[in-house]
Design a protein around this ligand. Structure first.
Ligand code: TRP
Ligand code: ZN
Length: 880
C-alpha cells in the first residue's frame, strides 16, 4: 500500500547494477502461514558499474527479517538499514566476491495479491514477474542480474507430496515429523523473475518429446486430481509447440524436463518460469464437454506462448522492464504464427486484428496511451498492456514483412546467437535484424518510441490516357500524452489491384511487375504510381493488415461488396464486409439520432446472401464473414460514443438480416448441426462456428421455432461450444426457459470452476433489461469470490468491459458499482483492481452527462486513502 506519493521510474535513468549475484541457494521450510526462507547469495561488484559506494541495497517487501550475515559474520543492527522496500548493508567487500546469508519469514496465506509466494486452493505457488521475487526474500530484483539457482524445498509429506522448482531434480530425502525435502538445480543463469516453486497434492500427467537432435525431454503437467482428465489437449499443444519452434526458428529445448502446473488463482494467463511454467487453469484444462473450441485454441496459443519464451525471454531476456515488449511482442508474434499454422492463418489473423483494433486502438487513443517501449512507469505491473503485447507483436510482424520470412529468420538466428545468456534491449533486437540482412531500419525504430495509432488517408486518381493509377498516401498520428507532435513512421503497406472481373491486375511499379507488392510509406505524404492499367482497378490496400494503422479511404458500398466477393486476400475480403456493415450501421445511427425510421440497405442483404450460400470451403472463415462488427469496434469509430444508438442500430441490422435471410440461416444451421461429441478438429470446429453464428442470427427472430431450436441444442449438446452457444441465444432473448436453463447449467457444472466462470460472464454481458440487477445479485452468489481473479474477471470485468449498453447506463449505477469493486479489490489484489479501472479510463469519449459521472468515480478512487500504486497510477493518469 502507498503512503508517500509514489515514485516514477524512468528509462533514461537506467544504470547497470552495482553488484552481481552469480549464484543463489534458496532453502524453503514451507508452511501456510509461516514459511522460512534461507537465502545464500554469492555476490561481487559489477565491473560494468560506475558507482563507487561501498553499500549494497537489496530489495524486499512484506518480509520479516530473522538474520543476516556476510561471509559468516552476523550483522549487527547498526551495520544495516531496513525499510519497507529495501535492506541496505552499509559496507560490503569491494575487492573480492562475498557471500550474504539471509533468513526471513513470509506468510503465503495472507498473500491475496498473488505475487511472491501464495496459497492457491491448498497448493503453494509463486509468481515473481515482474517484481514478486522481492516478496520472497531480499534480492537484486531486476532482470539484468542473472544467477544460477539451487533450491531446496522442505514441507509436510501429506500436504505437499509434490515439491517443484526450476531445472533438474538433484536430490530428495525424508525428515522427521512427516516432512520431506527435494532439491532442484537450474543450470541456466536467469533473472529472479523466472524463479518458481510449487508445493501441493498434485497429480502428474507425463509424456515425452524427442528433440530434433534426438534428446528425450520429459514433459509433466501437474494438476489437482479432479482435473487429470482435462490435460490431454495441453500436452498435445506443448508437443506441437516444441516441434513448431524447431521447424520454424530452429530452436530446441534445453533442459531435460519441462513442467507445467495449473493453479486456480492467477493474476494473468500464465508464466514462463524456467522449466516450470505456472498456468492459470483456464489455459490448461479442457475436455470437450467443459471447454469451447475457442478455449481449445487459446490453450494451444498460451501453451505455445510460454514455451516460446524459453528462447524469446529466458535464454535472451530483458535488460530492464521498459524493454518488456522485447520478449512479449516477439513472443506474441511467435504464438500468433504458431496458432495460424495450427488452425487457419486467415481466421487467426482476422481474430488478432479484430482484438487489436477494438482493444489496443482504444488504449492508444486514450489517456493511458504509451509506446511499446514505455519511458516511465509508477507500477510496472500496469505495463503488461495490449500495447506492449499486441501492438508489440504487430511491430515484429512488420519487421517480418519488411525483411521477408527468410531475412527475418536470419535476423532471429543472429539475435539468439549473439545475445544468448544476456539481458538486452529492443535496440539489440533491431540491430541484429539489421546486421543479419545488411539493411538499415533507422526510421522504423520510431515504432518503439512513438505512441498512438497512425492514420493513413488514401486518395486515388486514375488517368485513362496514360493508363496510370496514382495513389496518394498521407500519414498522421494524433497526439498522445507527452507526445504532442509525431514524426512520420516507416509503414509497410501491402497492395493488390483487382480487375473488373475480380481477377488480379498486375502491378507495374518501378520497373517490376507483380501480383502484390509492399509499399514503403515513409513520408507524411507520398504518391505511388502504377502503370499499364487499361482500366481502373479496384484497390486492395493494407492486405493482411500489414501495419497497425487506421485506413481512411472513400469506398462505395458497391465497391466494398465487390471486394467482399473477389479479393484474393482473405483479410481484406473480410475487412470489406466489415466496412460495408460499418457504413450501413452508421447510416442507421444517424437515423436513430434524428428519430427517422430505420431501413436496411439492400446491398448488405445481397452481400450476406452470397456469403451464406458460398462456403468457399473454410467454414470458420465463413462464420467470420457473417459476424457483424462488435459494438466496441463501432464505438472506436465514433467521436462521441452513443452506446444506445450503436446497440440499437447493430441489433436492427442483425434482426433484419435474420428476417430477410431466414431460410438461408436455417438451412445452414440444419446442414451443419450434427450430433458431434466436440472433438477438436478443424472440420468440426468450422461446422460448429458456422452453425452457431446462424443460431445467433435466428435467435433475433424471437419465435417459437427458434426458441425450440435453441433449447433443443442446449439440452442435447455433447460439447461446451454448442451448449454455450445455445445458452447464449437463450439468455440474450426473451426465451421463456431462460431461468430454468441457467439453473440447470449451474447445477450441471457447479463443480467446474471454469464453466461456472462462463455462467457468470454470460449473465454479466447480457444485453437484456435487468442485467445490472442480475450482476448485483451475482455478487452475493455463494460461488462468487473476490479473491479469485478468474471469478472477478468473469463478473465485474465482463460487465464493465464487455457490456457497454448496461455498464454505461445513463443513471451512473454501472460506474458507481465498478468504483466500489475497484476499492474493495485495491486492498486484496492491486493488480486485479487496477485492471478493473480501465472501464472508466475512456470517459472523455462519452457525452457530457456520462463524462461527469465517470470522472466523479475516478476522482473518488484517487481520493481514497491507502491506494495501491497500481490503482493510483491508472486512475490518476486517466484523469490527467
Ligand atoms: N510473462 C507472462 C506472459 O506473458 C506474463 C505474466 C504472468 C505476468 N503473470 C504475471 C505479468 C504477473 C505480470 C504479473 O507470459
Ligand atoms: Zn509472455
Amino acid at each position: 500500500m502507498r503512503d508517500a506519493s509514489p515514485q516514477t521510474v524512468f528509462l533514461k535513468d537506467y544504470t547497470p547494477p552495482e553488484y552481481l549475484i552469480d549464484q543463489v541457494e534458496l532453502n524453503f521450510d514451507l508452511h501456510e502461514q509461516r514459511t522460512q526462507v534461507r537465502s545464500i547469495l554469492n555476490l561481487r561488484r559489477n565491473p560494468q558499474s560506475q558507482e563507487r559506494s561501498a553499500a549494497l541495497t537489496l530489495l524486499g517487501e512484506e518480509l520479516q527479517l530473522v538474520s543476516i550475515a556476510i561471509d559468516g559474520q552476523p550483522l549487527e543492527q547498526s551495520q544495516y538499514l531496513l525499510d519497507g522496500e529495501a535492506l541496505i548493508v552499509h559496507e560490503v567487500p569491494q575487492d573480492r566476491p562475498f557471500q550474504i546469508v539471509i533468513e526471513n519469514i513470509i506468510n503465503p496465506q495472507a498473500n491475496t495479491a498473488l505475487e511472491g509466494l501464495y496459497l492457491s486452493s491448498s497448493m503453494l505457488c509463486t509468481q515473481c514477474e515482474a517484481q514478486g521475487f522481492r516478496k520472497i526474500t531480499w534480492f537484486l530484483d531486476r532482470p539484468d542480474v542473472m544467477s544460477r539457482f539451487k533450491t531446496t524445498l522442505t514441507g509436510d509429506k501429506s500436504k505437499y507430496p509434490v515439491l517443484l522448482s526450476n531445472g533438474n531434480k538433484v536430490g530428495q530425502g525424508e525428515l522427521e515429523n512427516n516432512r520431506h525435502w527435494v532439491s532442484w538445480e537450474d543450470p541456466f543463469a536467469k533473472p529472479c523473475y523466472l524463479f518458481a516453486l510449487v508445493a501441493g497434492q498434485l497429480e502428474c500427467v507425463a509424456d515425452e518429446f524427442v528433440t530434433m537432435s534426438g534428446r528425450r525431454i520429459a514433459l509433466e503437467i501437474f494438476v489437482e486430481k479432479h482435473n487429470v482428465d482435462k490435460c490431454a489437449h495441453a500436452m498435445q499443444s506443448l508437443k506441437n509447440a516444441m516441434r513448431w519452434d524447431e521447424e520454424t526458428y530452429g530452436l530446441e529445448y534445453d533442459l531435460d524436463l519441462y513442467m507445467i502446473v495449473a493453479v486456480d488463482h492467477f493474476n494473468m494467463g500464465a508464466m514462463e518460469n524456467k522449466g516450470l511454467n505456472v498456468f492459470n487453469t483456464k489455459f490448461v484444462l479442457a475436455r470437450p464437454d467443459t471447454a469451447t473450441d475457442s478455449d481449445y485454441e487459446h490453450i494451444e496459443g498460451v501453451i505455445g506462448h510460454e514455451y516460446f519464451h524459453n528462447w524469446s525471454g529466458n535464454r535472451v531476456t530483458c535488460r530492464d522492464w521498459f524493454q518488456l515488449s522485447l520478449k512479449e511482442g516477439f513472443t506474441v508474434f511467435r504464438d500468433q504464427q504458431f496458432s495460424g499454422d495450427r488452425t487457419s492463418p486467415a481466421v487467426k489473423r482476422i481474430e488478432d486484428v479484430n482484438a487489436l483494433r477494438t482493444r489496443q486502438f482504444a488504449e492508444d487513443a486514450g489517456p493511458l496511451a504509451h509506446p511499446i517501449r514505455p519511458e516511465a512507469y509508477i507500477e510496472i505491473n500496469n505495463f503488461y498492456t495490449l500495447t506492449v503485447y499486441e501492438k508489440g507483436a504487430e511491430v515484429v510482424r512488420m519487421l517480418h514483412t519488411l525483411l521477408g520470412a527468410a531475412g527475418f529468420r536470419k535476423g532471429c538466428d543472429l539475435y539468439f546467437q549473439r545475445h544468448d545468456g544476456q539481458a538486452v534491449t529492443c535496440e539489440d533486437f533491431v540491430k541484429a535484424l539489421e546486421d543479419a540482412n545488411g539493411v538499415e531500419l533507422e526510421q522504423f525504430r520510431r515504432w518503439y518510441s512513438q505512441a498512438g495509432t497512425p492514420v493513413l488517408t488514401v486518395g486515388q486518381q486514375y488517368d485513362a490516357e496514360s493508363q496510370q493509377l496514382h495513389l496518394t498516401i498521407q500519414q498522421s498520428c494524433p497526439p498522445t500524452p507527452n507526445q504532442p507532435v509525431k514524426a512520420p513512421l516507416h509503414i509497410p503497406v501491402k497492395l493488390g489491384l483487382l480487375a473488373a472481373d475480380g481477377s488480379a491486375a498486375t502491378i507495374h511499379y518501378n520497373g517490376s511487375s507483380q501480383a502484390e507488392i509492399t509499399l514503403n510509406v515513409t513520408e507524411a505524404e507520398q504518391t505511388f504510381s502504377f502503370a499499364k492499367l487499361p482500366q481502373q482497378p479496384v484497390v486492395s490496400l493494407l492486405r493482411g493488415f500489414s501495419a497497425p494503422v487506421t485506413l481512411k479511404m472513400e469506398r462505395s458500398l458497391d465497391e466494398l461488396a465487390f471486394l467482399l466477393r473477389h479479393d484474393s486476400d482473405t483479410f481484406n475480403r473480410w475487412e470489406a464486409g466489415q466496412q460495408l456493415a460499418v457504413q450501413v450501421i452508421f447510416k442507421l445511427i444517424d437515423a436513430i439520432e434524428l428519430s427517422r425510421p430505420l431501413q436496411l440497405e439492400p446491398v448488405i442483404v445481397d452481400a450476406y446472401r452470397s456469403v451464406l450460400t458460398d462456403s468457399g470451403g473454410d467454414l470458420s472463415y465463413q462464420a467470420l464473414l457473417l459476424a457483424l462488427p462488435e459494438e466496441s469496434y463501432l464505438s472506436g469509430q465514433m467521436a462521441i460514443i452513443d452506446v444506445e444508438a450503436i446497440h440499437q442500430a447493430r441489433e436492427f441490422v442483425k434482426k433484419t438480416l435474420a428476417e430477410q435471410l431466414h431460410a438461408e440461416f436455417k438451412q445452414l444451421y440444419v446442414q451443419h448441426h450434427l450430433d458431434e461429441s466436440g472433438i477438436f478438429d478443424a472440420g468440426a470446429v468450422g461446422r460448429r462456428r458456422l452453425k452457431n453464428a446462424c443460431l445467433s442470427y435466428l435467435s433475433k427472430l424471437e419465435n417459437e421455432d427458434v426458441y425450440h431450436i435453441a433449447e433443443q441444442q442446449f439440452y442435447s449438446a455433447r460439447n461446451m461450444t454448442d451448449q454455450m452457444a445455445a445458452l447464449s441465444a437463450i439468455v440474450n432473448s426473451n426465451h421463456p426457459a431462460k431461468a430454468r436453463s441457467l439453473d440447470s447449467f449451474y447445477m450441471q457444472w457447479r463443480q467446474e470452476a471454469l464453466v461456472i466462470d462462463k455462467w457468470f460472464t454470460l449473465q454479466a454481458t447480457s444485453s437484456m433489461p435487468n442485467t445490472f440487477a442480475t450482476v448485483q445479485a451475482l455478487m452475493k452468489h455463494p460461488a462468487f469470490d473476490m479473491k479469485t481473479p478468474n471469478r472477478v474477471r468473469s463478473l465485474i470485468g465482463a460487465f464493465s468491459q464487455a457490456n457497454p449498453l448496461h455498464f454505461h447506463a445513463i443513471n451512473g449505477e454501472g460506474y458507481r458499482f465498478l468504483a466500489d469493486q475497484v476499492l474493495a479489490l485495491n486492498t486484496l489484489n492491486p493488480q486485479i483492481a487496477s485492471r478493473m479501472v480501465t472501464g472508466l479510463a475512456q470517459w472523455r469519449r462519452y457525452d457530457a452527462a456520462r463524462q461527469g459521472l465517470m470522472k466523479q468515480q475516478l476522482q473518488r478512487i484517487v481520493a481514497t486513502e491507502h491506494l495501491s500504486k497500481d490503482v493510483y497510477e491508472i486512475a490518476s493518469k486517466s484523469l490527467a
